[in-house]
Design a binder for this molecule. Structure first.
Ligand code: OFO
Length: 171
């Protein structure tokens, strides 16, 4: 049985994963209408993944006797300066999510909720990967600079990502 404190912290994390999903959906849409089909593909899939992260928490809360709450609407930006800005925002957001997961893990230890602590280890590992992916993409964009050919290849690489594909993130 979840304590009220952990239940509400998990519901806050549900809302944050939902926010991630909606933000990446907005970015995917912007990329699609600006000719970056690969970036768009990557972000649509990332948005789906975030929804999966949200649902995993959602089911856990209910399975442990809590009440998972549907997050309310998220206000998302509709336009971005360029692809660089998109991925800078992705990294910033992932760092925020990692901080939130770490605080949640800490709260579980204080509450002696070792089951939730164990459940959250998947998210701890996931956040390392998500931050790393965003940093690698930003490094590539730095190398590409204003080279249009490089940007074309970069976009083409990101179009290779498939649903559930954990190893193909434009590497
Ligand atoms: Fe859910 O990993 Fe990103 O936010």
């Amino acid at each position: 049985m979840l304590s009220k404190k952990i239940e509400s912290a998990l519901n806050e994390q549900v809302a944050l994963e939902h926010e991630s999903s909606q933000h990446y959906l907005a970015m995917a849409s912007w990329a699609a209408i600006n000719g970056y089909q690969g970036v768009s593909n990557f972000l649509y899939l990332q948005s789906d993944e975030e929804r999966m992260h949200m649902l995993k928490l959602f089911h856990y809360i209910n399975d442990r006797g809590g009440h998972a709450l549907v997050p309310s609407g998220v206000k998302t930006p509709t336009s971005f300066k360029d692809v660089n800005q998109v991925f800078e925002l992705v990294l910033k957001h992932e760092v925020k999510v990692s901080t939130s997961i770490n605080l949640l893990v800490d709260a579980c230890l204080k509450e002696k909720d070792y089951s939730t602590h164990n459940f959250l280890q998947w998210y701890v590992a996931e956040q390392i990967e998500e931050e790393n992916t965003a940093r690698e993409i930003l490094d590539k964009l730095k190398l590409i600079g204003n080279d249009k050919g490089g940007m074309y290849l970069f976009d083409r690489d990101l179009s290779a990502r498939q649903p559930g594909d954990r190893d193909n993130k434009g590497k």
